[in-house]
Design a protein around this ligand. Structure first.
Ligand code: F6R
Ligand code: MG
Ligand code: MG
Length: 372
């Protein structure tokens, strides 16, 4: 069995919240190669999307392993020190605690981990997003694993015809449920269509009994009880041979669907699939970016990556993103561009309510609708 772990954190932005400084990436690379030499890891790579630094690692310790999580924590402490030395923005933003204790749950960094027995050929995609929320993966996962208009294999591949099981988290009440699809498609959509609260955590093939997907599902604002940065999720998707083909996994991103995030984590904005080179949200701190790094995992080694959205066939999605962004931006502080009050990451509402409490007066009688 091999475990693929993506552990990521924003430990300082260059400039503002737009990118990771190259010195931080170099330090993380060195730490990864030392961990491979020390045999903690089989292989490791770094990748960045916006101001988030991801450590992409293979190892034999399983998910939630203390050794791997504490290694990542130490790397992020080191990149925080570099960010502090360079005066980068929000140094150590995602490190919510001073001391590591067992694993990274609730400590700030996000992670997606998937343990599997390597198939003879093991194509995987590591998706990294910036300026959006964990529920941003709901729509593309639904399309790739449950929508026959996206995924031809659901209809014409006998290994996919039985469908997939989706594990969904309720982030507000911290509970989870499994949906058996296609049988329970409509039930599931009622929940995952509200991605600020319900988030797909994993997907499993009903025919192969293989886990195909793992997402990061931490929601920093709820963990910390105050705003500490958007969650900027990552996800691992295994492809082919009875799982959706690579092209079926990427296809949902050809549509510039909107997600919560962008400026101050408080706006709906379209998801822009981009190459690593273009993964630097700038306009209105957005639009949210997503990169897709393809690897062949072989004997635990990460053969790759291929920068999968570095492809002209996603040009239209990028153009559509810019159009949708123009349209939404013209709403300024109005919904649906601005998130509903309960989903805002930043708010002045409590303060305003208190300050204006005395000024509210009953409506004049004429304006009050008569009782029926
Ligand atoms: C959103 C994000 C940015 C910041 C914004 C304000 O996820 O990271 O949009 O929220 O730049 O940042 P502060 O409050 O640090 O000035
Ligand atoms: Mg940041
Ligand atoms: Mg970020």
């Amino acid at each position: 069995m091999v475990t693929l772990s993506i552990i990521k954190a924003d430990t300082g932005g260059f400039v503002g919240h737009s990118a990771v400084h190259p010195d931080m990436v170099s330090a993380a690379k060195e730490a990864l190669s030392a961990a491979v030499t020390d045999r903690l890891l089989v292989d490791g790579a770094t990748a960045c999307c916006g101001d988030d630094l991801s450590l992409i690692m293979t190892h034999e310790h399983g998910p939630d392993a203390e050794a791997v999580h504490s290694f990542a924590w130490d790397v992020f402490r080191q990149t925080t020190r570099i960010a502090q030395q360079l005066g980068l923005y929000g140094a150590g933003q995602d490190l919510l605690s001073d001391a590591f204790s067992g694993n990274l749950r609730g400590m700030g960094p996000g992670y997606a981990e998937l343990e599997f027995t390597e198939r003879p050929s093991e194509p995987v995609v590591c998706f990294l997003a910036d300026k959006t929320e964990p529920g941003a993966w709901n729509l593309p996962l639904y399309k790739a694993f449950a929508d026959p208009f996206n995924t031809a294999g659901l209809v014409i591949d006998s290994k996919m015809h039985a469908g997939f099981r989706f594990e969904v988290y309720d982030l507000y009440e911290e509970k989870r449920i499994w949906f058996d699809c296609p049988r329970e498609l409509y039930e599931m959509l009622m929940f995952i269509g509200a991605p600020a609260r319900y988030v797909i955590h994993s997907v499993e093939s009903k025919t192969l009994h293989e886990q195909a997907v793992a997402t990061s599902t931490q929601r920093l604002s709820l963990i910390a009880g105050k705003y500490v940065g958007k969650d900027d999720p990552v996800m691992i998707v295994r492809c082919q041979s009875g799982l959706p083909a690579l092209g079926e996994v990427l296809e949902p991103f050809a549509f510039a669907y909107t997600a919560g995030g962008c400026m101050r984590g408080s706006h709906h904005a379209p998801m822009m699939p981009v190459s690593v080179r273009d993964a630097h949200p700038a306009r209105f701190d957005g639009p949210p970016r997503v990169v897709a790094l393809g690897f062949q995992v072989h004997d635990g080694m990460l053969i790759g990556p291929r920068d999968l959205f570095d492809d002209p066939s996603f040009d239209r999605a990028r153009a559509q993103t810019n159009e949708v962004m123009d349209y939404l931006r013209r709403h300024g502080p109005f919904e649906p561009h601005r998130l509903p009050l309960e989903d805002l990451e930043y708010t002045t509402m409590a303060e305003l309510e208190e300050r204006l409490a005395e000024r509210w007066q009953p409506m004049p009688q004429a304006a009050v609708p008569a009782p029926r």
